[in-house]
Design a binder for this molecule. Structure first.
Ligand code: HEM
Length: 119
């Protein structure tokens, strides 16, 4: 099996399904749903999927902004940040991603904490 996290998550197809579930979870999560009230859900899903495809070692398809520029001025709280991680974990479990890959994804997301909350 390939070492790339991208491949171990099912490549573009698998990651797209997981990313769509993450966004659906966000839109239903009372801790953060208001943040996305004005967002286009399809565009949000596309951004989440492409960000993760590229970030896990897949093709260079992400065309969005970097994490600091994206979240600058949003004043994101620690509770909100944790809600995003909770939603990601729930999507990984729903899609039967193995524990090792769950841990790797969570670590990658956690490592962006200061970029997301710093601005
Ligand atoms: C590690 C955690 C996070 C990652 C990887 C992440 C990733 C992203 C990405 C890739 C985008 C799209 C950027 C673009 O299209 O240029 C985005 C937008 C956004 N994020 Fe995050 N995010 C994280 C945490 C959060 C948190 C905690 C919040 C607040 C609850 C949040 C709120 C938003 C909002 C409001 C947008 C803009 C949506 C829009 O333009 O319609 N993000 N994020």
């Amino acid at each position: 099996m390939s070492e790339l996290l991208y491949d171990r998550l099912g490549g573009t197809e698998g990651i797209t399904v997981i990313a769509n579930d993450v966004i659906d979870n966000h839109l239903a999560n009372p801790s953060i749903m208001k943040r996305f009230a004005a967002s286009d859900a399809i565009a949000l899903k596309n951004a989440a999927a492409t960000f993760f495809i590229t970030g896990t070692g897949g093709p260079d398809v992400y065309k969005g902004r970097d994490m600091v520029a994206t979240h600058k001025g949003m004043n994101i709280s620690a509770v909100e940040f944790m809600a995003v991680l909770d939603d990601a974990l729930a999507a990984l479990e729903k899609n039967n991603v193995a524990q090792r890959e769950q841990e790797e994804v969570l670590f990658v997301l956690y490592s962006m904490r200061s970029q997301v909350m710093g601005g």
